[in-house]
Design a protein around this ligand. Structure first.
Ligand code: CA
Length: 668
């Protein structure tokens, strides 16, 4: 058995270069737009197909399992467009495979970059008849109905149930299966039951395609966020209950998504197409040099700060990424995609992905958004634009970006713990807060979105400090992350109140609503699972904070003036006023889109259907008074409670708003 490893070194081969790969001649001769690459296995037939234009020979090696020597080796036939193919008139479901590719006199072993299944640690690909991996009822699984607002909850699969307090049985703890259990802790809601009660509409899962940094055969103490892709179209194995059979991870991943849907929650996948775990990837072995960006001297670019950048903008790279997204949407019923370092991909590719998703599933049915930045600059392909925030106006309306402007305005610089923002002590931000409310549609940021649908409002994510830790670091002389601190709770509520009353989509890191702490660790990507996990007892200790978030979530979904994603949404925000240091207010035209008063008396009794809202932020240290204007008003949220209905008692000076608090009122 030949078992060559490593990257084919083509540095001496002057004919294979970036210039050649991007030439028109190369594209015309080799661009393949078929959707059948990989190992298609259905109806008693198996077709292996790979793209490797410069291979002199490609051999398929079939294995009976993930470790034994090759059972059969067969040469593939060269076809047009750099395609190699071999067909078997039988189902090879469950068979493992890889390829021996000979290029420029060198031979290399590679798994299939288009594989939909793989063995332990993703070293060998697996032939899978995908229909056989569907859990019962999966063909009928559909996304729950779209809601008025998208409130996205960012979650890591292992974090969710690693804590013993989750109540999840040990064999499922930290795994896909944990999501399939509905009531795991008899004393208080945890896991899926908790999420359902919280009311978020989407869960965004940190990467769960197969990644390389965790040994799937190793122990459970390992942890990684998973931003190191190895097999893009296969679920990660360490979250499965069994890695010895490659179909288990597929079935259990589907069960997880099905469980979310059954509980009314849509699923967003965090995807990392901007770089691979190592340059020595299956893509690189199959077509050396094609999938990566290079400097003029031939060295790899590093805009990702992970050692390599995938060359989005090249035809077959873009096909690979778009086809992968479509695959997850179709096969796994994924409802949205969050692009890691979207700024390394191109505007053209992002727009294409949205068009393809809209065409297949209906306009706006699948959410698309990403990080509109990169770690460093990266040379883009000629004629393409990076999907950075300054290019937001070239992106389709529905493609969103994380808004670090609003994030840092509310709580201070994400990277410098001590640096405060509006809720933790920085003054002079009144005008900017009013600009954040309309998603920077009317200026104030270094970019101008086409609609607030392009803005994702948030104050914490997996990167950088948790909100709790950030507030502790910026508000205490001697930070103590574990001590209960009423000032921190108040600031946390105010931070949430502000972004929950800004137009745009909403996003929160799991546990933000119960004071999640990583003890001041700002980059826990490979810290212990104990430091990263959701500590469920905090949902009880900080129940008041959890209730406040629940209230904000319920309240937000019922306010059309804040949920409006149309390009004219900013016009609904009127009477923007600065009332002095740290105090601002605005009026929201809260009528439904048609403008007609369609709410019934019963709606009003439930304090839904307010035609006008007044929102006040008081980030100052003292209480303030704000005049509400004509009519009778009721308090819908204040610093204590969100989603309430209290009579507003206005004196001659106006309504009194406590220090460090927000207030939302509805006009009766
Ligand atoms: Ca893996």
């Amino acid at each position: 058995m030949v078992d060559c490893m490593g990257v084919i070194d083509l540095r001496d081969n002057k004919s294979i270069s970036d210039a050649m790969y991007t030439s028109r001649a190369f594209q015309e001769k080799y661009q393949y737009d078929g959707k059948d690459l990989g190992a298609g296995c259905a109806d008693g037939k198996t077709v292996f197909k790979v793209w490797s234009p410069f291979a002199r020979r490609v051999e398929l090696c079939l294995y009976r399992d993930n470790t034994s020597p090759a059972w059969q080796t067969k040469a593939l036939r060269r076809e047009e467009k750099g395609i190699w193919q071999i067909t078997f008139h039988e189902s090879l479901h469950g068979m493992y495979y890889d390829y021996l590719v000979e290029i420029d006199g060198q031979k290399v072993r590679t798994a299939d970059p288009y594989a939909v299944g793989c063995g332990c640690n993703g070293e060998r690909s697996m032939v899978v008849d995908l229909r056989l991996t569907n859990p019962p009822g999966f063909e009928e699984d559909t996304a729950p109905p779209a809601q008025e607002e998208q409130i996205i909850y960012e979650l890591h699969i292992k974090d969710f149930s690693y804590d013993v307090q989750s109540g999840v049985p040990e064999k499922y703890r930290g795994r896909y299966k944990a999501f399939t259990l509905n009531d795991t802790n008899g004393e208080y809601p945890t896991c899926m039951k908790y999420l359902k009660e919280l009311g978020v509409t989407h869960v965004q899962l940190l990467p769960f395609f197969d990644y390389g940094s965790v040994d799937e055969a190793g122990n459970d103490k390992q942890f990684n966020w998973g931003y190191d892709p190895k097999n893009y179209n296969v679920p990660e194995g360490s979250y499965a209950t069994d890695v010895s059979d490659g179909t288990v991870r597929i079935r259990e991943c589907k069960e997880m998504i099905q469980a979310f849907h059954a509980n009314g929650i849509r699923v967003v996948m965090d995807v990392v197409y901007n770089h691979t775990y190592r340059e020595d990837s299956w893509l690189q072995r199959m077509v050396p040099g094609y999938y990566y960006r290079h400097q003029k001297d031939g060295s790899l670019t590093d805009g990702s700060a992970c050692g390599n950048d995938v060359a989005a903008g090249r035809a077959m790279v873009d096909n690979y990424i778009a086809d992968s997204v479509m695959y997850w949407a179709r096969e796994y019923h994924i409802d949205g995609f969050r692009f890691d370092l979207m700024g390394l991909l191109t505007v053209e590719l992002m727009n294409r992905i949205q068009w393809e998703l809209d065409a297949a599933f209906g306009k706006g049915e699948k959410l698309l958004y990403g990080e509109p930045w990169s770690a460093d600059s990266s040379p883009m392909e000629k004629g393409t634009r990076p999907a950075l925030k300054e290019n937001i106006s070239y992106l389709n309306d529905g493609i969103g970006m994380f808004c670090d402007t609003t994030r840092d305005l509310i709580k201070g610089d994400a990277f410098i713990g001590e640096e405060p923002g509006a809720v933790n002590g920085k003054s002079g931000l009144e005008t900017l807060l009013l600009k954040a409310v309309v998603g920077w549609r009317e200026g104030g940021a270094e970019y101008c979105p086409r609609s607030c649908a392009q803005i994702i409002n948030y104050v914490s994510a997996h990167d950088n400090f948790t909100l709790w830790d950030k507030l502790v670091l910026s508000m205490s002389d001697e930070p103590n992350f574990l001590e209960r601190n009423e000032d921190i709770i108040t600031a946390n509520k105010l931070a949430a109140f502000i972004y929950f009353t800004c137009q745009g989509r909403l996003f929160m890191q799991a546990g933000e609503e119960f004071g999640r702490t990583k003890l001041g660790e700002g980059n826990s990507y490979c810290s212990t699972p104990e430091l990263n996990m959701l500590q469920w007892h905090r949902t009880v200790e900080y129940a008041e904070l959890v209730d406040y978030y629940k209230g904000l979530i319920r309240l937000r979904k019922r306010q059309p003036g804040l949920c409006d994603k149309s390009p004219s949404a900013a016009e609904r925000i009127k009477e923007k006023e600065v009332h002095g240091e740290g105090v601002v207010s605005f009026l929201v035209d809260n009528r439904t889109v048609s403008g007609k008063k369609d709410c019934t008396a019963a709606d009003r009794a439930e304090h839904a259907g307010w035609d006008e809202l007044r929102v006040i932020y008081n980030v100052s240290d003292r209480e303030c008074n704000v005049k509400l204007g004509k009519g009778q008003w009721q308090i819908l949220a204040d610093g204590e409670t969100a989603d309430c209905c209290k009579a507003a008692v206005e004196t001659e000076k106006g309504i009194c708003v406590a220090a460090h608090s927000g207030m939302m009122l509805g006009k009766v």
